[in-house]
Design a binder for this molecule. Sequence first.
Ligand SMILES: Cc1cc2nc3c(=O)[nH]c(=O)nc-3n(C[C@H](O)[C@H](O)[C@H](O)COP(=O)(O)OP(=O)(O)OC[C@H]3O[C@@H](n4cnc5c(N)ncnc54)[C@H](O)[C@@H]3O)c2cc1C
Length: 471
Amino acid sequence: MSDSCCGTIAVEIEQFTTPQQTSPGQAGELPVVVIGAGPVGLAAAAHLTERGIDFLLLEAGDRVAASVAQWGHVRVFSPWKYNIDAAARRLLEADGWTAPDADWLPVGAELIDDYLAPLAKRFGDKVRLGAKVTAISRLGYDRVRTAGREEVPFLIRLEGGEELRARAVVDASGTYTSPNVLGASGLPAHGEGAVFVDHALPDVLGTDRDRYEGKHTLVVGAGHSAATTLLALAELENTPITWAIRGGSAGRTYGGGDADALPARGALGTRLRAHVDSGRIQLLTDFFTHRVGESEAGIEVISRDPAGHEQSVRVERIVSATGYRPDHAIASELRLDLDPILGSPRQMAPLIDPNQHSCGTVPAHGVDELAHPEPGYYAVGVKSYGRAPTFLMATGYEQVRSVVAALAGDWEAARDVQLELPETGVCSSNLVQAQEQRVGLATGISGGLLSAPLPLVTVGASAESGGGCCG
Ligand SMILES: Cc1cc2nc3c(=O)[nH]c(=O)nc-3n(C[C@H](O)[C@H](O)[C@H](O)COP(=O)(O)OP(=O)(O)OC[C@H]3O[C@@H](n4cnc5c(N)ncnc54)[C@H](O)[C@@H]3O)c2cc1C
């Protein structure tokens, strides 16, 4: 029994002296757990391997890079030379692997087959598939208890109940599995849960063709993913297409056309505008999705703008291309310091805020910007950007290089953060145009602001933000 400000209450103290409580030395002997075998989680594994740090990589899917596999038909816009992590390259080359053509733009499936799958194979049983993390905490500690907190191991619970311990957690679980809702205010539209809504980037011209051909399809969203899907749908005969955006004009999505600094983006926008101008695609502006309902006549989607004005459309299919948001639920017992707008680590937010960085120029950043009050927990990769849409694999690779150096105690290397993205190299116009003619164009970061291009300049830790590819 103990006195407290609220009177005498029973206090259980056993939990704090449990024999399972591990000394710092014991925690240090545990593996680092990496969550998610996407490009960044696998890069973390490569750096841990090089540093000789034991690790376990947990992947929810039944294959590596399960999220990339979802958009396996989509061609990326950054060539191979920016898509391969340096430590991963060294490990693979030591095994006789030959890197793909440095200037080629792979589709997601090629990223997996030619790089990520061979890399995962290199790690053997340190990669566990079908291992979905449902919660992370600290052994014997909830979020409130402080004394000695940093000395006890992390506790990681998997779907099915199995629990693991770790000395540190590198959370590279991405955002692809937590898409934004259709509802215009960030809340699900009324009825959204009861109607089948396709996620962004269905394989309209491939495996999903039958689902869309001849079906009136509504695409919601103003980013690359929406544009990519709309252009693919426009190739299907007898397939009415409606495109709904919240803004008053599609100018941002069209980009700069011929004058666009990113030719691939300009080409995408020019084609899209032509389809809208010709009436092939019906554009609905000021569309604030409010209610969705299905009947025998089809799916009715009702918009209600902030002034209460309504408009509606009746369709047969809906593709939601409204972007992604991070899901921090698995880490809710940890002490996170998140930016209230983006949901990224607070210190990252000014570096990646799409409101301020319309050119998407992201300064180099590493362990210091990724740190939370919870020592030893780092969210990395696209998850670390929260809702900011301009993430690049190359940025994630530098993040995990820095984090792993810090875990190894090499703070000099951890803080020597660099991003080497040449001014025009990531989205080379000649390359994109040449490849487009050979394989057809289908690029995009889903949910991204089409007007917020990617970081394309060499920037060091002290470099100023801004500028870049769009000049
Ligand atoms: C269509 C598209 C095109 C893109 N094009 C480019 C490009 O050209 N260049 C570029 O640099 N970037 C591009 N990106 C952005 C970014 O590089 C990719 O999204 C990249 O896949 C992010 O890597 P990641 O490892 O952080 O996350 P992901 O690739 O999303 O990997 C996360 C992994 O974690 C797993 N996972 C999720 N939850 C759990 C859990 N609870 N437990 C265990 N495992 C879990 C998932 O199954 C997944 O395998 C593109 C993105 C998209 C969607």
